[in-house]
Design a protein around this ligand. Structure first.
Ligand SMILES: Cc1cc2nc3c(=O)[nH]c(=O)nc-3n(C[C@H](O)[C@H](O)[C@H](O)COP(=O)(O)O)c2cc1C
Length: 188
């Protein structure tokens, strides 16, 4: 009997920075895998510190290393190439770093270059209503959109919570946006 060819799963890079929804990442990865995606997790250094005790589980679950730092020159890239990048939750710091092109963190650098490689990017911030009053935030969101990244902020995306208030993070909106960009990629 002919072997059944494996249908390749779309590779989604799921990048998280240090805001509380990052603590849900194991469950979020399972839900993303349930959509048929091959999920690769990347963490900012602070998010990695928060999730240190779960990194092994995340690696077992995804079958890929959880990446935080750039590889050394000459070291091979062991990750499969991305079909889409989802940066969620994206902190005030990460949104502004990405907009300013400050790529000292690997997840920010990888996201910054993705549109230039034709890889679609979805960013969903997680910021409170006090931080968003800083004039840089709106400017950064505008820059990211100008850079052809889809920013799920405001109606239909993440709506800022009051400082200290814990609202549920709209992961399903982020998944739906990734699903749409993947469909567009597959349709060519
Ligand atoms: C308990 C806790 C909750 C936080 N929640 C947020 C948040 O929702 N949004 C945010 O922008 N920063 C939040 N921060 C601050 C970020 O963790 C901090 O700015 C960090 O430097 C972000 O770094 P990163 O973007 O490299 O992950 C929180 C910090 C703590 C300790």
């Amino acid at each position: 009997m002919e072997p059944v060819p494996e249908i390749p799963r779309p590779v989604v890079y799921l990048f998280a920075s240090a805001a509380p929804p990052a603590l849900q990442l194991l469950d979020v990865v399972r839900r993303a895998q349930g959509r048929g995606w091959d999920v690769v997790v990347g963490l900012t250094p602070t998010a990695r510190d928060w999730l240190e005790s779960r990194v092994t589980e995340l690696e077992e679950l995804t079958g890929h290393p959880v990446k935080t730092t750039y590889r050394r020159p000459g070291q091979p890239d062991v990750l499969p190439p991305a079909d889409a990048v989802l940066f969620a939750p994206a902190t005030f710091n990460s949104v502004n770093s990405l907009a300013a092109g400050i790529t000292s963190s690997w997840v920010v650098g990888c996201t910054a270059e993705a549109p230039g490689k034709g890889i679609p990017v979805v960013v969903m911030p997680c910021v409170n209503s006090a931080l968003v009053q800083h004039p840089q935030f709106d400017r950064s969101v505008e820059v990211l959109r100008e850079a052809r990244m889809q920013v799920l902020y405001g109606a239909g995306g993440f709506v800022p919570n009051r400082p200290g208030e814990r609202l549920s993070y709209p992961w399903e909106r982020a998944f739906a946006a990734v699903e749409r960009v993947l469909e567009a990629v597959l349709e060519g």
